[in-house]
Design a protein around this ligand. Structure first.
Ligand code: NAD
Ligand code: DAU
Length: 340
């Protein structure tokens, strides 16, 4: 299979590219990434060294550039797209939602349109549980739950899901949607709860917990999500949306206390701050359709996943420094410059 992966230099995309190239010896991946603040080409340096120019190709560019997308699909004889590219952070969408509309809505529309025009037989769009809005103390989201997004981020993702649905209904375009809960693991940018708290706790800084800390997320280790996307690509039904979750509902404060305790830091570092506007109270995923139709089951317990995540961040302090300062860009420009 010759795959166009978008946003492959971000957190989940990076983990997906590693997994797919190692697991599928016949697979070729073209990674189209704009390298926003969240995209780091350095993540995939070992892949570039091992497979660059043969089974792996990197293209620096925007999914909203129709000409570029068409060129990649024809030049590389692409037969499937997996769309990870997005602006992904809720707090940033509250501050300025413009880039979210440009990438998550218009960018997805350009990808869908171009792939349809060129007759691509497969398109997986990576969405999120946040399109369903929020849950009360009980129940779970199913694929039948109506979309009710509450943040500009989730509104942009829900809009893209609606476009996917319309492309299937109107043009019979074979697009499948994945909706997953909160991911954690290696390579996650330290603006999201778990890596941010690991970074701050290991430096002895105070940890900002929004509101009362009792908002609940259903945590899934990133490689479990990547397997869900892989199964959707290989076995998903066109026009279908599939839920993925980690069977690990936790209030934020419990996650924060687990991190503090693992790092031997005191709970006095916890700082309850003003709540996020429109903050969804609880997410929980019913993934029984993915279990039944795709054979999906998460492999990681939260205890195992958080232990491996803490270990990864401990062994990759330089990565944390690089992504925060953006200094890896200078390094990479030099590294690639010397090889041109
Ligand atoms: P991320 O922010 O870590 O990475 C996003 C990547 O997309 C970056 O490499 C960035 O450079 C790239 N990108 C942004 N705009 C682009 C554009 N216009 N053209 C090309 N590339 C562009 O995000 P992530 O956490 O890896 O999330 C990946 C996808 O999974 C997103 O669609 C997100 O909505 C979805 N998702 C994330 C989670 C989660 O917990 N992180 C859960 C469910 C779904
Ligand atoms: O559910 C899937 C979604 O998970 C993805 O679609 C998004 O791309 C991803 O960013 C994530 O969204 P959340 O808003 O749930 O993740 P975040 O890590 O920003 O926050 C997790 C919870 O922790 C949330 O209830 C807000 C809270 N929080 C977050 C930060 C950054 C804090 O209390 N303090 C913080 O500093």
């Amino acid at each position: 299979m010759r795959l166009l992966v978008t946003g492959g230099c971000g957190f989940i995309g990076t983990n997906f590219v590693y997994m797919m190239l190692r697991k599928h010896p016949d697979m070729v991946i073209v990674n189209l990434d704009k390298l926003t603040y969240a995209g780091n080409r350095f993540n995939l340096l070992p892949i570039e060294n091992e497979f660059g120019g043969t089974r792996y190709h990197f293209v620096h560019g925007d999914i909203a550039n129709a000409e570029l997308v068409a060129h990649i699909i024809t030049e590389h004889k692409i037969d499937a797209v997996v769309n990870f590219a997005a602006e992904s952070h809720v707090d940033r969408s509250i501050a300025d939602c413009n880039p979210f509309i440009l990438t998550n809505v218009l960018g997805t529309q350009v990808l869908l349109d171009t792939a349809r025009r060129l007759g691509l037989p497969k398109f997986v769009h990576v969405s999120t549980d946040e399109v369903y809005g929020t849950l009360g103390p009980t129940g779970k989201f199913t694929e039948e739950t109506p979309l009710a997004p509450n943040s500009p981020y989730s509104a942009s993702k829900a809009s893209a899901d609606m476009l996917c649905r319309a492309f299937f209904e109107t043009y019979d375009f074979p697009v499948t949607i994945t909706r997953c809960s909160n991911n954690y693991g290696p390579f996650q940018f330290p603006e999201k709860l778990i890596p941010l708290m690991i970074m701050k706790a290991s430096r002895g800084e105070s940890l900002p917990v929004y509101g009362d800390g009792m908002n609940v997320r259903d945590w899934i280790y990133v490689t479990d999500h990547c397997r869900g996307v892989e199964l959707t690509l290989l076995k998903g039904k066109p026009g279908q949306a599939y839920n993925f979750g980690g069977n690990a509902e936790k209030p934020n404060i419990e996650v924060v206390k687990t991190i503090l305790s693992a790092l031997g830091q005191p709970e006095t570092l916890i700082n309850y701050v003003k709540d996020r506007p429109g903050h969804d109270r609880r997410y929980a995923m019913d993934y029984s359709m993915a279990a039944r139709e795709l054979g999906f089951e998460p492999e990681y317990t939260f205890e195992r996943g958080i232990a491996e995540t803490l270990e990864w961040y401990k062994s990759n302090e330089a990565w944390m420094e690089q992504v925060q300062s953006g200094s890896y860009r200078t390094f990479m420009d030099k590294w690639y410059g010397e090889r041109q």
